[in-house]
Design a binder for this molecule. Sequence first.
Ligand code: SF4
Length: 116
Amino acid sequence: MTAETEEDAFEAIRAHPGGVLQSELWKELGVDSRKCSRLVKKLLDDDRVERIEYRKEGIKSYLLRAVKQPAEPNLLLAGSELIPCVACELECMVDECPLLMDWMYQLAIEEFNEEA
Ligand code: SF4
């Protein structure tokens, strides 16, 4: 992979929910450390990622993590039905969740009715 834009860098950072070291990121992106720093700076300036100082064996690096963005409220609704994941306390198996499937079915019905 060769990252061309900050969007590429953002997706790469977001793929590591626990964060990724900046010293690893540029290798993953296939760019040099200078270009990686420029991409990361744009993401930091836009508050899309956070940077935490990190030391390993006395060497300073930075852990980068995507900042969670607030969800669009209308993306959480199928008609008037709120997505079941809000306040869910079940052990999550998203691929098999009947509550989520029912909600997505409801969403498809709502969208079909809006188009008709
Ligand atoms: S996918 Fe199902 S189990 Fe997972 S958080 Fe949503 S409602 Fe809960």
